[in-house]
Every structure is written in structure tokens, then in C-alpha cells.
Design a protein around this ligand. Structure first.
Ligand SMILES: [Zn+2]
Length: 364
């Protein structure tokens, strides 16, 4: 069942990288930095170079659908011009890392991201993988899981299209409820990509049953649960599902943080911390973006709220600063670190984070 082979195991042990379990063995980021990296659009960096990070945001999206999506539908110069001030705004607030979650066939454009990364001076990370209908090309239905994985692995190793720009994570999506066959195949393809490349899988999943079924497939493929991010977990109103996903060793991402959802998000976060899942929690806003097809990209939601408003709110509510830093700095870097073991399932099962240093003071 375990995909890790002896050679990889010895190699990773020699390198001092824990493949055995999740959480404690990761140790400090600095300790791992020599042996591991995060893949940005401008190349690899050490995990401790990432800094304050927004792990789920968008620079550009085109919702026209896979049949019509096309680079001729937008002017990259205009996209850069429109989006640069939004990135400069958060750069001034201290943000240094930015994971751009727009998948292929939804106007993923690594060259636009590389230009912004250079001009703003921010580490931007793009992705490989595929979304769901109507953002899937016909060939997604015809190719096997392995054929899709081979395409994504090729991108991870050689770069996207002919740009030479490599993705730093796998982004997919699943339908709500029980997974339909095409999404099962895409999850399986993502698992194989992750096993071959060490890239973490961020899956758009607004539903608890879908998250658990996704994990079943990933585990069946031999992938370690820490290679999976339950994206949009906040859309599942029954938090027991969030706990179950965390208990199995995966990441839970509350990426819906904004002015209107702040109180609810804070409650979800505190519940996760009280359960001891501080090492498996990710926060972001799913904000942005230049909406292709609308004049000047239409209405764009800025990226600053979580830094300027929500982080202070967390501290005021009794969450200590170290924990806030963990959620916004340490955890995103850990999640995005390319696993040298290829993300194979560990020798002992993953599971609940061991460290619980009582991170919530008072309050409830
Ligand atoms: Zn998103």
C-alpha cells in the first residue's frame, strides 16, 4: 500500500526530512530549508523565504468556459496594469507570498504572474491541474487518469506550455456530494501528479462528503494526507467534516474571510484551535480578480482585509500572536513546500497534530 520505496526512504532520512509523520517532524522551516523548496513563478525559493502569505487568491479569472477560453480575450498589459496596485497594496502591508489559484482553462497565465512577481517583488505561485465542468476540455473526458497526470507532471517538470514557468501546486475541483466519475478521475490524476512531483493538491471542495471521498481516493493512491488541502472548507456548514479531514491529517482552508464573514470565520478558527488543529489550518480570502470580459476587469475585491483587519481581530479575540503567525506564515509555507519524498504516504498514519500549546486564551 505504501508507495515510498527503500531508496527514497533512506534518502529522505539521510536528508533529515521526516517522511514518517506530519507536524512535529517538520520542525522549524529553517531546518528544512536546505533540503526542500517552494516553486514560485520565478523559480524555487527556500520555504522560510515565503513570509506572510495569502494562500488562496486570484489575479485573473475568465468564466467563459473551456470551449471559448483564449489568450486573445484579454490584454496582458492591461491585466498587469490593473492588478499591480492591488498587489502593491498588500506588499506594503507585509505580504510576501501569494498563491494564485486560477486553474488552466480559467485564464491561468503564468507570464502575467511572472511579470507581476518581478514588478511588485512578491513570491507568486501558480498551479497545474484541472477544474470541473464547464471548465474542462473534451479531452479531460477521454484521457485516462494516468494520461492527465502525465500532462500535469510534464508541466511540473518542464514548465507550463512553452514558458518554462513551473507550477508550485496542483489545483483541482470536485462537485458537491458524492464524486461523479470525471471528478474521481481528476482526483486520481492529481494524486499521481503529487506522488511524482511532491506538489500539494488544493481542491475546490465546498462539501464535506466530497472532501472525505477525495481523501479516500488520495489514500487509495498512496498519497499522504498532508498533501491535500480542503479548499473552501468554510462552505461546509457542518464543522464536524472539517474536524474529520484534519483528524485524517489534511489541511483545512478557510478562504472565505472578508468583512461580512469575519465573525463566522473567527468562530470556525477558534473551534479548530481548541481541537488542536493549529498545524493544519490555512486562511485566505479568495479575493481579486481581473474578470476577463468585463471593462478593465470589472469590480475587483482587494487583498488587504485579512492583514489589516482580520489578523488584529484574531489577536483581540484571544488568539495569541504566535498562533496568528503560524496560520499566516508557517502553515502556508509548509503546505506549499514541495515534498522530496513525492508526497507518498507515511510509514505511520498521519493524524491529529500533536502540538497543542493552548493557543486560545480565554474567550470561546
Ligand atoms: Zn478561488
Amino acid at each position: 500500500m505504501f508507495r515510498i520505496n527503500r531508496r527514497e526512504f533512506i534518502k529522505s532520512m539521510a536528508a533529515g526530512i521526516g517522511v514518517v509523520s506530519f507536524g512535529p517532524v517538520f520542525g522549524s522551516l529553517a531546518q528544512d530549508a536546505g533540503n526542500s523548496h517552494i516553486q514560485t513563478v520565478l523559480g524555487p525559493i527556500k520555504p522560510d523565504e515565503l513570509g506572510l502569505t495569502l494562500i488562496h487568491e486570484h489575479v485573473m479569472v475568465d468564466f467563459i468556459g473551456a470551449d471559448e477560453v483564449n489568450k486573445d480575450r484579454y490584454d496582458p498589459d492591461e491585466v498587469v496594469e490593473v492588478m499591480q496596485p492591488y498587489l502593491e497594496e498588500i506588499k506594503a502591508l507585509g505580504v510576501n507570498g501569494f498563491a494564485e489559484c486560477t486553474p488552466m482553462f480559467l485564464a491561468r497565465d503564468p507570464e502575467v504572474l511572472a511579470r507581476l512577481s518581478k514588478s511588485v517583488g512578491m513570491h507568486i505561485i501558480t498551479n497545474t491541474g484541472m477544474y470541473k465542468e464547464p471548465y474542462l476540455p473534451q479531452y479531460a473526458f477521454e484521457k485516462s487518469a494516468q494520461e492527465l497526470a502525465d500532462m500535469w507532471i510534464h508541466e511540473a517538470r518542464n514548465g507550463i506550455e512553452n514558458t518554462g514557468i513551473k507550477p508550485g501546486f496542483v489545483k483541482i475541483a470536485v462537485n458537491p456530494g458524492s464524486l461523479i466519475p470525471i471528478q474521481q478521475k481528476i482526483v486520481r490524476a492529481a494524486a499521481r501528479t503529487s506522488l511524482a512531483t511532491g506538489l500539494v493538491i488544493a481542491s475546490h471542495t465546498g462539501h464535506g462528503v466530497a472532501a472525505l471521498e477525495t481523501m479516500d481516493i488520495l489514500e487509495e493512491e498512496g498519497l499522504s494526507p498532508e498533501s491535500y488541502i480542503f479548499v473552501h472548507a468554510g462552505s461546509e456548514s457542518n464543522q464536524d467534516f472539517h474536524f474529520q479531514v484534519a483528524e485524517r491529517g489534511a489541511w483545512v482552508e478557510y478562504d472565505h474571510i472578508g468583512e461580512n464573514s469575519a465573525a463566522g470565520a473567527l468562530k470556525l478558527i477558534k473551534n479548530m484551535l481548541e481541537k488542536g488543529y493549529e498545524d493544519q489550518l490555512l486562511l485566505s480570502q479568495d479575493a481579486g480578480w481581473y474578470n476577463v470580459g468585463q471593462p478593465k476587469g470589472g469590480n475587483i475585491r482587494g487583498f488587504g482585509y485579512i492583514i489589516s483587519e482580520f489578523m488584529p481581530m484574531m489577536v483581540e479575540s484571544g488568539i495569541d500572536q504566535n498562533t496568528v503567525d503560524k496560520l499566516m506564515i508557517t502553515n502556508p509555507a509548509k503546505a506549499l513546500t514541495v515534498k522530496s519524498s513525492g508526497g507518498a504516504k507515511a510509514v505511520s498514519p498521519g493524524g491529529k497534530a500533536v502540538s497543542t500549546f493552548g493557543k486560545v486564551k480565554g474567550g470561546k
